[in-house]
Ligand binder design. Structure first.
Ligand code: UD1
Length: 419
């Protein structure tokens, strides 16, 4: 078990560079399965979740070479179409290989990913989409098997704009016969990056970033090697921006696409955070006392659920009462009990948290229950009086590359303790 010892009270100052996006890298790595030859990806972050996806590809028979952020994947020799239960348990997003395996090989078998810390997270929309394209789906003994000699294009309306379902259906449709249309599709920037990768290997996808995506099926022999650079991670960037604001620091967050951050930046401006936005950077000067704001998580371009825990920490330091409503996942308030241990005054009623900004927290022994809850607690600890012991930081390593090194370079004091 690893933990962080965090000494609070230092204002963060300097420049921090954001790594490539986790949530773009995972589906793009899955989409390399479709390719006939090599896919070379740049700016792939060195994260635990990304390692699991690489392990899944190797398990299936792909050859992978890594050199820092560059990952070369050769999927020409993939033989297996089955992902073990152990790999599915290590990361839910392993389910993203379903569409690509089915599209390329006509068959895929995965252990059911089940629920997770932040909610039940079913796969019904993924499976409904694939069966509309002609796949026969069976669910038995905790495994999902999908089969189709060749998928056929279909007009699919998602009940809700699921990111994973949009990605899985998009990947399955690349090699299907005819045209697939996904309506009420997710509009997240990571979907546009996946579209760009697929088109780079010779697929034909249009409309990502809007709620209607059209995929014209191509033949496997029409696909070809590609080099692709993954977009910067907007959630990592957002976390650094809040780290600067919560510590009253002065930080330039570099390597960002500011447009992807707009749903967060709009809220922070409303709260009184001083922001300067450049072409590929955001500068945060957080010296003033912030105002409480209300937040409701929504699919992109609404306020991201993956930033809700970090904003909860920030609102503990704002003046007034904030109301935060979580509409995407049913179990995403686990950081709140831990923030209360640090002195936060927060009431939870169903999916709503009411935060009285007291302007101060004090260090305590707390635990990261999941990735973004862990990030929220790091931010709270950076701004707290006294020291904090944060347990289970492996959750944080799933989605942040060397978080403590990045913050220590800005003047924080975080020590990683093994065992
Ligand atoms: C992705 C992100 C995750 C982010 C989430 C929402 C990755 C690897 N993960 O997760 O960081 O928090 O988007 O922005 O990109 N749902 C169903 N049936 C389905 C699929 C989803 O009911 O078949 C529900 C989920 O339970 C949830 C909502 O739809 O309530 C959104 O989930 P979804 O967009 O699918 O999230 P993920 O793709 O799992």
């Amino acid at each position: 078990m690893e933990r962080f010892l965090i000494v609070g009270g230092n204002r963060l100052k300097g420049t921090v560079r954001v790594s490539g996006s986790k949530n773009a890298s995972l589906p793009i790595l899955a989409a390399t399965i479709l390719n006939t030859g090599k896919s070379v990806l740049y700016e792939v972050p060195g994260l635990r979740d990304v390692s699991v996806m690489k392990d899944v590809l190797v398990y299936l028979g792909a050859r992978i070479k890594c050199d820092k952020g560059c990952v070369e994947v050769d999927t020409s020799n993939i033989k297996s179409v089955e992902v073990s239960e152990e790999l599915m348990r290590r990361m839910r997003a392993s389910n993203l290989v379903l569409g690509a395996l089915l599209g390329r090989f006509g068959r895929a078998r995965l252990s059911y990913p089940g629920g997770c810390q932040i909610g039940t997270r079913p796969m019904n929309l993924h499976l409904k989409g694939l069966s509309a394209m002609g796949a026969a789906i069976t669910e038995k003994f905790g495994y999902i098997t999908a089969e189709a000699s060749r998928l056929t294009g279909a007009d699919i309306h998602l009940d809700l704009p699921s990111v994973g379902a949009t990605e899985n259906i998009m990947m399955a449709a690349v090699l299907a016969e005819g045209v697939t249309i996904i309506r009420n599709a997710a509009k997240e920037p990571e979907i546009t990056d996946l579209q760009n990768f697929i088109n780079g290997i010779g697929g034909c996808v249009r409309g990502a970033g809007t709620d209607t995506i059209k995929i014209e099926g191509v033949r496997h022999q029409d696909l070809h090697p590609v080099e692709h650079t993954v977009i910067p991670d907007r959630i990592e960037a957002g976390t650094h921006i809040v780290a600067a604001a919560i510590t009253g620091g002065d930080v330039v967050v570099a390597n960002v696409i500011p447009e992807h951050l707009e749903p967060l930046l709009a809220k922070l401006r409303e709260a009184g955070v001083d922001l300067e936005v450049g072409d590929d950077w955001v500068r945060v000067c957080g010296a003033r006392r912030l105002k409480a704001v209300d937040i409701k998580t929504m699919p992109y371009p609404g306020f991201p659920t993956d930033m809700q825990p970090q904003l909860t920490s920030l609102m503990c330091f704002a003046e007034g009462t904030s109301v935060i409503t979580e509409t995407i996942f049913e179990n995403r308030f686990k950081h709140i009990g831990e923030l209360r241990r640090m002195g936060a005054e927060i009431k939870v009623e169903g999916q709503t948290a009411i935060i009285k900004g007291t302007g101060r927290l004090s260090g305590a022994v707390v635990e990261a229950s999941d990735l973004r809850a862990g990030a929220a607690l790091v931010l709270a600890a950076l701004a707290s009086e006294n020291g904090t012991v944060l347990e289970k930081v492996t959750h944080i390593d799933r989605g942040y590359e060397r978080m403590e090194a990045k913050y220590n370079a800005l003047g924080a004091r975080i020590i990683r303790v093994h065992n």
